[in-house]
Design a protein around this ligand. Structure first.
Ligand SMILES: [Zn+2]
Length: 149
């Protein structure tokens, strides 16, 4: 993908695409969750790293990671202008994502990260399937740990 934006335009574009809490992406995720009948999620649930969606009962945290901000292997790229700044910024985001994931896992949460591009029509079924599998696994885990009590 060529860098089609000037520096000023790019910062305008980027300021509208937030790294977390991107409304359009979240709404698209909701559509997918509804289409695949994966209920039980909450938004704005207070949890470390502010996951976009949380299933409190199953202990599942779902992040929808923007391709640019979180460095998707297919679409993530460092802009050619202000290269140093962006490199640092994007590397920092990736590091933070890893820290958040491992910290949540240590606290007993299952973490699913879906790329923004994983919500496109032709990819959404794969993302939904991943989420469904994790939810099922967690539900089983919780049911069996309750049975032991
Ligand atoms: Zn992507």
């Amino acid at each position: 993908m060529a860098d089609v934006f000037s520096t000023r335009k790019r910062s305008q574009v980027m300021s509208r695409i937030r790294s977390r809490g991107n409304r359009a992406t979240e709404l698209r995720m909701i559509e997918v969750l509804k289409a695949w009948r994966l209920p039980g999620w909450r938004r704005h649930y207070r949890l470390f790293g502010s996951p976009d969606f949380v299933w409190p009962r199953e202990h599942v945290a779902l992040f929808v990671d923007g391709c640019f901000w979180h460095g998707c292997p297919a679409h993530g790229r460092v802009p050619s202008t202000n290269r140093h700044y962006w490199h640092k910024k994007l590397a920092g985001n990736a590091r933070r994502d890893k820290e958040v994931t491992s910290s949540l896992k240590r606290a007993g949460w299952a973490v699913v990260r879906v790329w923004q591009c994983g919500l496109a029509n032709n990819n959404a079924h794969r993302s939904a399937l991943r989420i469904a599998k994790v939810l099922a696994r967690q539900a089983t885990k919780i049911a069996s740990s309750n049975a032991l009590r």
